[in-house]
Design a protein. Structure first.
Length: 310
């Protein structure tokens, strides 16, 4: 059995426009890294966090990584185990790219590997959801499931949890732009309507079904037609400066579809190839620069492998 390990877990795009809390996919970059080692003293300790500008708690009960690791150790009845954790944030916090889930997943994969792979990736999802609950008050799985499993994931049901891996069409790329403005997940969730019109619900159901069908059929046009959100995006997009102009630039430059990543402020476009993705991110960053907003861009194929040991 190894005594120490280092694990990378990827960023994720949740919701995928029409699939609020039920759809997500992983990307190759950015992501977070966790270093973990056994110690002689029982308990879980966060020794060090880098890249967070001091924003994340070192208190093991309040940090999503250590808290989910503690849940895991309790589940396997090994509270006698002692581990020390170093978390290296390699992605922006509050970006809408599943920052908390990448950290949590890296930690869970690390402890599971150190303990001899006692649980499958799918069995780790509920423990990662505990971390999400700590981070934003609600234990959703549309970030943690793709971060753990890779690729596109559908959360068919939460009670009981039913997570399904979906195929990714060959050649698909994600063009992600993160405008450096603050949109806290909790605030963004509070803006969402608690009741929706039946007409809007029917539209949304059709789009989710169309998007899933498009992934199975390798039908980029069907995927694009289905990437419309009549429930959440109209409200959340108000919080993102330049959103409509970025949508226009994505569409004009050949995007399959465009929308908000998670709760924002990051936006993403799906494309048929890498070149189109790079043209889209460049044009969107130029627009944000004109309106005095700094941004970061990430171009990546859909990540099929999920976390990896470094």
């Amino acid at each position: 059995m190894k005594n120490s390990i280092k694990v990378f877990a990827p960023a994720t795009v949740a919701n995928v426009v029409c699939g609020f809390d039920v759809l997500g996919f992983a990307v190759n970059e950015p992501g977070d890294e966790v270093e973990m080692r056994f110690t002689d003293t029982p308990g879980v300790v966060i020794k060090k966090i880098t890249g967070d500008d001091g924003r994340l708690p070192l208190d093991s009960a309040k940090n999503t990584v250590s808290a989910s690791v503690q849940h895991y150790l309790k589940h396997i009845n090994r509270l006698d185990v002692g581990v020390e954790i170093e978390l290296h944030k390699k992605m922006p916090i509050g970006s809408g790219l599943g920052s908390s889930s990448a950290s949590t997943v890296a930690g869970l994969v690390a402890i599971n590997k150190l303990m001899g792979d006692l649980l499958t990736a799918k069995e780790l999802v509920p423990f990662a959801m505990k971390g999400e609950e700590l981070a934003c008050g609600y234990g959703h799985a549309d970030n943690v499931a793709p971060a753990l499993l890779g690729g596109f994931v559908l959360v068919r049901s939460y009670e009981p949890l039913d997570v399904i891996s979906l195929p990714t069409p060959a050649g698909m790329y994600a063009a992600i732009v993160y405008p450096e403005v603050d949109v806290p997940t909790k605030d963004a969730r509070q803006m969402i309507r608690s009741k929706v019109a039946l007409k809007d619900a029917v539209t949304q159901w059709g789009n989710v079904a169309g998007l899933v069908s498009g992934l199975f059929m390798n039908d980029f046009d069907l995927i694009g037609r289905s990437m419309q959100d009549v429930l959440v995006e109209p409200t959340r997009s108000i919080l993102i400066p330049g959103f409509e102009e970025m949508r226009k630039l994505a569409t004009e430059n050949g995007a399959i579809g465009f929308g908000i990543s998670g709760s924002g402020p990051s936006v993403f476009a799906l494309t048929r190839n890498e070149e189109t993705a790079r043209i889209i991110t460049k044009s969107q960053q130029q627009h944000l620069h004109k309106i005095n907003i700094n941004s970061k861009a990430f171009v990546s194929p859909v990540n099929a492998e999920g976390p990896r040991v470094i």
